[in-house]
Design a binder for this molecule. Sequence first.
Ligand code: NDP
Length: 459
Amino acid sequence: MIQVKNYIGGEFVTLSEDFDDISPLDFSVIAKVPRTRNVDDAVDAAKKAQPMWGALSIEQRCDWLDKIANELENQIEEIARLESMDTGKPHHVALNVDASRSVNNFRFFADFGRNMESQTFEMSDATNYVVRKPIGIVGLISPWNLPLYLLSWKIAPALLMGNSIVAKPSEITPLTAHFLANICSQVGLPAGVLNIVHGYGPEVGQAIVEHPEIKAISFTGGTSTGKIVAATAAPMFKKLSLELGGKNASIVLEDADLDVAVPGVLRASFLNSGQICLCGSRVLLHSSIYDEFMERYLQELKSFEIGPVISDEHRSKVVSYIDLAKQEGGNILAGGNIPDKVGAWIEPTVISGLSHTSRTATEEIFGPVVTVHPFDSDEEAIEMANSTQYGLAGSVWSKRKGREVAEKIDSGMVWVNTWLHRDLRVPFGGVKDSGVGREGGMWSLGFFSEAVNICVMED
Ligand code: NDP
């Protein structure tokens, strides 16, 4: 049994109140997690540490990010083991997606920081230059689907820009955040620079968002929670970055190379049991290739390995959408059942025959459930893709028209003939109800700093 602890001011702290961390693989209790209700101690520690941390040079902070990356890399198998135990995902996904990308996040921002160029704007009689100052203390809140990957995506740039941090991972997946705290302690990261607190969202998460000394909130999670975060933080004029839900379309045009499109769309449908905000949960198929695509897609699905979903409660939500799909007139082409074994398992499910405006096809399910819809023209596909409240991501599969169609999709990110191919320098984020702001590369550094202009008059 692992005892998860808060990491505050460089110390590991237990609390008198704990709750259970339950494995979705078999519902066993794998850890005890402290139930934190306020963040005053973490904020005090962060406040003490920030002036020293903010006074280091960018190069010195880059060296710290590299130290963390190196130690994470040395223990990459352990990260994968913990992540797989906590989320139920197959080991190869935990290793190749979660663990390796967590290392990359620290490594990338260290390199990016070293190569950051200063900005100047010349006038005929003066020079403007831009100084990027730390914000101070920042609050980072992350979800359960890619626990360390998404938390490190925030921690690395926040540290790089000289901030101190109060971070909260999801209550359901605390193990790798606790592991990261151990790594930071081992490498000797100065006390109080990174503080990690555990507990329930409406308690400790809300306490972070409400705390007046925390000046910026970077939040990744559901759209309904994002509304609460925004409503709480806005009156205090906190900087806000909200990475929220999605209902992304994978669009297969009539000229797609099906050897590429079938495995690509399948991966977009079901990687991580469909629990990635970027997953393509709506498959839009040109009617001329519909039958051939579906035959190959359903065939390849039989050998696609997925884990359980994150919890029994989440599985109930997924099942309720499969029931809704049946009520809405959908045909279950594959899956739809709960396998006869312990754990939060559910078969990957493919549903046809639904209107693209049905609730099943427009609300975020965040599980291994995909709806399939035929279309007859590019215009119709674009209209269908854009017909939800969300606008996070999408993919277009075509030999000739990919870019043209991609530019008409109202989403923050669109891939052409690929999916989840990530360059960490590019803007990441959603439009419409999928979020506010962008992270990634310079966008992350912009969010986690205050850009100040100094205008110097020439003699
Ligand atoms: P939630 O919104 O339920 O939770 C996200 C985080 O917020 C958790 O740490 C949660 O804590 C915390 N939280 C809950 N209530 C509050 C509150 N009142 N104040 C502050 N924090 C709070 O999302 P899930 O964890 O269920 O994650 C799934 C969602 O995340 C999906 O909608 C998915 O699309 C989205 N997502 C978006 C991504 C993007 O980049 N756009 C990437 C990945 C996921 P606790 O767990 O303890 O409740």
